[in-house]
Ligand binder design. Structure first.
Ligand code: UDX
Length: 459
């Protein structure tokens, strides 16, 4: 019943590729565009450039609904919807750099056809006011070309988590659309209908969401939509920083932060999720988006002390992890420290702003040697370090082997694989069996029984 729309998605990163795959799966005709030829080559072969559960399985089943190209301009003319999902990297001052978004908007406008109607959607996380800029760039370019097309603009921020990207796009908590044009809102409502009404065949490759009810559609103005995205990420980041701050005090007074988190989280006004104390948050979103939010505030001479504190606590959390190792080992100089996990969280090979990487760097600065394991992120991690740093790091493909001869082991990423380790065996291969459980994945009692000197975060 829902006739497929022609959708061009520009940018095949986490957001663009996942959205493209999801939209193709629910029946639209999707063209994924990226300037990165290597990425497009891979995608043409059905291979995913990102490690994301279900993407390749779905790609394989979608051959007819989705194509990939590096050519943007010739592909937008016949489209109904054009989604911009390119990166907005951070500038040195924290501000998000929107020049890719604007460049894409211009190229899109250069390909639009006289008399056609389009909806252009900004999906990238962009500073307040970017939608207005995109609208302006498109209008100006069309005028210069003397082409009359009708272009509606909408902001449609994305809340997907890496590692759960497809799951989150098939089963979102909500869909947010910000636009001044009722036509754009209507188009996107139609585009998302199978998701809003949950009428698609659940893909085999991703788990179904238990107890899920239909996702609300929030329609608002573009500026509010842009703000929702930043405020959501900032809030989640500060929720984690809050529990990390409480964890530090728990250690002083002898409380267990996992008990405290459960005790407060069961209050439905607080909620249990994102209250896991650990070595801090990383990834491409929280660090960048909190910085960008502060930068937006600065532009208006407006301070954001809570968001700033969340970032500071996150930095301190990395330093405290190193201090814990310093103090238990009576200095880390010359010691060998095994690191379990390099990605910023499980389920991804992404090491951007990963606390594991920062902590390794701090440890090396203090003279430690590192042995590091990760099930998928070693290749990316290698690129994150300098040549000098790499001389101090040995990457190991086996979680037991990595601990061999080590003076301490730090669990930096809570991969399922690590939860299932035989702790006795792990302890037995180490020089001194010291375990810093940076994600609180083990029961302290079990780790101690296995022979470890156990330290968690906040307990
Ligand atoms: C986040 C948002 O969740 C998502 O909605 C947005 O679209 C993009 O940013 P992502 O960066 O993929 O997603 O990861 P997320 O699962 O949110 O984790 C972020 C960081 O917080 C990770 O480093 C993780 O280890 C850490 N974290 C998360 C904690 O330390 N404790 C928690 O309780 C939850």
């Amino acid at each position: 019943t829902n006739k497929g729309m022609k959708i061009v998605i520009v940018g095949t990163g986490y957001v663009g590729l996942t959205t493209a795959v999801m939209l193709a799966y629910i029946g639209h005709n999707v063209v994924g565009v990226d300037i990165d030829e290597k990425k497009i080559e891979l995608l043409k072969k059905g291979k995913s450039p990102i490690h994301e559960a279900g993407v390749e399985e779905l790609l394989a089943s979608l051959k007819n609904n989705i194509t990939f190209t590096t050519d943007l301009k010739p592909n937008v003319g016949e489209a109904d919807i054009i989604m911009i999902a390119v990166g907005t990297p951070a500038k040195v001052n924290g501000e998000a750099d929107t020049h890719y978004v604007e460049e894409v908007a211009r190229t899109v406008a250069e390909g639009l056809i006289n008399g056609h109607t389009y909806t252009v959607v900004v999906k990238s996380t962009v500073p307040i006011g970017t939608n207005r800029r995109v609208a302006h760039v498109i209008k100006k370019t069309l005028e210069e070309r003397n082409v009359k097309s009708t272009v509606y603009i909408a902001s449609n921020p994305e809340f997907l988590r890496e590692g759960m990207a497809l799951y989150d796009s098939f089963y979102p908590d909500r869909i947010v659309i910000g636009s001044e044009d009722p036509e754009a809102i209507e188009m996107l409502r139609r585009m998302y209908r199978p998701i809003l009404e949950q009428t698609f065949d659940p893909p085999q490759a991703i788990p179904r969401r238990d107890g899920y009810s239909l996702p609300p559609l929030i329609t608002t103005d573009p500026v509010s939509a842009e703000m929702i995205k930043y405020a959501a990420n900032a809030f989640l980041a500060l929720k984690i920083s809050f529990i990390n701050e409480i964890a530090g005090l728990c250690e002083k007074v002898g409380a267990d932060v996992t008990e405290v988190a459960r005790g407060i989280g069961l209050d439905t006004r607080i909620g249990l999720r994102f209250l896991n104390a650990g070595i801090g948050w990383g990834g491409n979103c929280f660090p960048k988006d909190t910085a960008a939010l502060i930068a937006v505030g600065r532009e208006y001479n407006y301070e954001m002390p809570i968001v700033e504190a969340a970032r500071r606590v996150n930095q301190i959390q990395r330093e405290r992890t190193v201090e814990k190792l310093q103090s238990v080992l009576k200095g880390v100089r010359g010691r060998t420290i095994a690191i379990l996990g390099l990605s910023f969280k499980p389920g991804t090979d992404d090491v951007r702003e990963s606390p594991a990487i920062d902590i390794i760097r701090l440890l090396i600065e203090r003279g430690a040697y590192i042995r590091a394991h990760d099930p998928v992120a070693i290749e990316n991690a290698r690129k994150a370090f300098t040549t000098e740093e790499l001389q101090k790091i040995t990457f190991v493909n086996d979680p037991y082997l990595v601990a061999e001869g080590a003076d301490a082991v730090l669990v930096a990423t809570e991969w399922q694989l690590y939860r299932q380790l035989d702790l006795k065996r792990l302890a037995s291969v180490m020089c001194t069996p010291i375990l810093l459980d940076g994600r609180n994945i083990y029961l302290p009692k079990e780790a101690r029984e296995a022979g470890f000197t156990y330290m968690g975060v906040g307990r």
